[in-house]
Design a protein around this ligand. Structure first.
Ligand SMILES: Cc1cc2nc3c(=O)[nH]c(=O)nc-3n(C[C@H](O)[C@H](O)[C@H](O)COP(=O)(O)O)c2cc1C
Length: 214
């Protein structure tokens, strides 16, 4: 057997192809809302959460607060959402409340993403929130890299004081959303990504800006 054919596939990979494979993970990620069991096991979940802790963070404020909601706690949390909805809207249709309960039951794992905001320091609040957003993105990428599916959702519940308080967040701390996490129910649907040209320009000098203003 030649040296090449006996080498393990990872040994055959050059550092460059490993870097490209990592990038391929980023480029192939897409949100998955149709989820089924299993949720990530404990060791995969630890990796996902650790990825969240690698977000950039101005001032080392470490504003990330993650709250796991899974198993039987999902039904209890659904009741928190139902109470919050009843408080926001008098007499919501029972079908809507039931949909809420069923939805939560169908999600293998929820990660509530909280922002612990330092209101008085010199780091603007927006930067603290951006760091929390970056932690969510890192976790979505880790979820995808490990073969699971996830989606970041918000909606009125995220901005509801009762829901925030149930998760231990009191203003100015706040929820930034939930990651719904599990195993994709099927193959990913084809998704059209925007053209780079619509999102990119190059600033080449102060004179051009002045000309545009004229
Ligand atoms: C802050 C934030 C909140 C979002 N809230 C919702 C939501 O409540 N419901 C939803 O279906 N998608 C929501 N999305 C969009 C999805 O997370 C996802 O980005 C979108 O479906 C596009 O999929 P993609 O990630 O494959 O591009 C939100 C995204 C962000 C960044």
């Amino acid at each position: 057997m030649s040296a090449i054919s006996s080498a393990s596939p990872s040994a055959l990979r050059s550092p460059d192809s490993q870097r490209r494979a990592a990038l391929e993970v980023l480029l192939s990620r897409q949100s998955v809302s149709a989820l089924q069991e299993p949720a990530p096991d404990d060791s995969d979940l630890a990796l996902i959460l650790e990825a969240g802790l690698r977000a950039p963070d101005h001032g080392r404020l470490r504003p990330w607060r993650f709250v796991l909601i899974r198993g039987a706690a999902r039904a209890a949390f659904a009741e928190v959402l139902v109470d919050a909805l009843r408080n926001r809207e008098p007499d919501p249709p029972e079908a809507l409340l039931e949909r809420q309960r069923l939805k939560l039951q169908s999600v293998p794992l929820l990660i509530a993403i909280g922002a612990k905001i330092e209101p008085d320091g010199h780091i603007p609040k927006i930067e603290q929130l951006l760091s929390v957003g970056a932690s969510a993105m890192n976790m979505l990428n880790a979820i995808h890299a490990l073969g699971y599916g996830g989606i970041w959702v918000t909606g009125a519940n995220v901005y509801d004081r009762r829901v925030n308080q149930a998760l231990g967040l009191s203003w100015p701390d706040r929820l930034a959303g939930f990651l719904f996490v599990g195993t994709p129910q099927g193959a990913p649907r084809p998704v059209r990504r925007p053209a780079l040209s619509e999102h990119l320009s190059e600033w080449t000098g102060i004179k051009e800006v002045a000309r545009e203003r004229d």
